[in-house]
Design a protein around this ligand. Structure first.
Ligand SMILES: Cc1cc2nc3c(=O)[nH]c(=O)nc-3n(C[C@H](O)[C@H](O)[C@H](O)COP(=O)(O)OP(=O)(O)OC[C@H]3O[C@@H](n4cnc5c(N)ncnc54)[C@H](O)[C@@H]3O)c2cc1C
Length: 251
């Protein structure tokens, strides 16, 4: 329309959206998906259902409705039809954030379980001294360190302006798997106490679950990573150097 755009539509499950003053909205314009800046108090903006979730309940998850919201041309972010690139670029970085969240949940669950295991005694000694429990702790710590290094690798590359599509996907895929495995084992280390709300481990168990889902499910991360591998192989076939050295280590 004259001097700008009129946006109408609905987007579900926006994390902490209600707290935002300004939103980036991706909408289909004549020339394809386009990014717009929209003020949260613009006429025609409203919020719908507040989602009831199994975990991460301190974050809000809400549905946004736009009904004929006017956006002036100067509030278009980038060119018309260039929005998908903006959105996918944001996801690459966002996945590193979810990997870090997953590492944090895993670390908290591990520390709690390790402390509990050193205090709870059965059959005359702390349960941490029973090999079955000690080996769980060893596996948990090892996995967390590996997940943290993958996350640092991706964040390091992002800081240097490198492509992080695959590195971010690898970090998120592995760290979210580890968060779920570690939270599950931490709960087991606490035995019946782990199932109770008196300890934070049942919350870590619930909070970890969504890291395998949002910012792209684990299946989608595998899709991204495997496409990268195929591109790498195709690139190496064209270059005389073979597969090795065809691509930077991080990427
Ligand atoms: C708590 C929470 C907060 C969220 N916050 C946000 C937010 O702030 N912003 C936002 O935009 N979204 C948000 N989401 C949405 C989230 O990103 C999606 O739920 C997620 O990407 C999965 O998409 P979907 O639910 O449509 O699943 P679907 O796409 O329906 O997938 C269902 C299943 O099929 C599999 N699948 C689908 N396609 C393929 C394929 N091509 N190959 C293999 N397997 C496939 C999936 O991996 C999954 O197991 C949030 C979701 C939750 C639960």
């Amino acid at each position: 329309m004259e001097g700008g755009y009129e946006l109408s539509g609905h987007k579900q499950w926006i994390t902490n959206g209600r707290a935002a003053g300004t939103m980036i909205v991706f909408a289909r314009a004549e020339d394809g998906v386009t990014a717009f800046l929209v003020s949260a108090d613009a006429a025609g903006v409203s919020w719908g259902k507040h989602a009831r979730k199994m975990g991460v309940i301190s974050a809000t998850t809400d549905d946004l409705h736009l009904s004929g919201v006017f956006v002036p041309e100067e509030d278009r972010l980038g060119g018309e039809g260039r929005g998908l690139g903006v959105a996918l670029g944001t996801l690459d970085g966002g996945r590193i954030g979810i990997a870090a969240q997953a590492v944090g949940i895993a670390e908290a669950a591990f520390r709690y379980a390790a402390r509990y295991a050193s205090e709870r005694t059965t059959f005359g000694k702390p349960i941490a001294e029973h090999q079955a429990v000690a080996f769980k702790l060893a596996d948990m710590q090892t996995k967390i360190r590996a997940a943290r290094l993958l996350t640092y690798e991706a964040a390091w590359a992002k800081d240097r302006g490198m492509r992080v599509t695959e590195a971010g996907a690898r970090a998120k895929l592995y760290a979210s798997t580890v968060a779920n495995e570690v939270a599950d084992e931490a709960l087991q280390v606490l035995g019946g106490q782990g199932y109770m709300k008196d300890h934070p481990v049942e919350r870590y168990y619930r909070d970890a679950r969504v890291t395998e889902i949002y910012e792209g499910t684990s299946e989608i991360q595998r899709l991204v990573i495997s496409r990268g591998i195929l591109e790498e192989i195709a690139g190496s076939l064209e270059s005389p150097g073979g597969v090795r050295g065809s691509r930077p280590v991080v990427g």
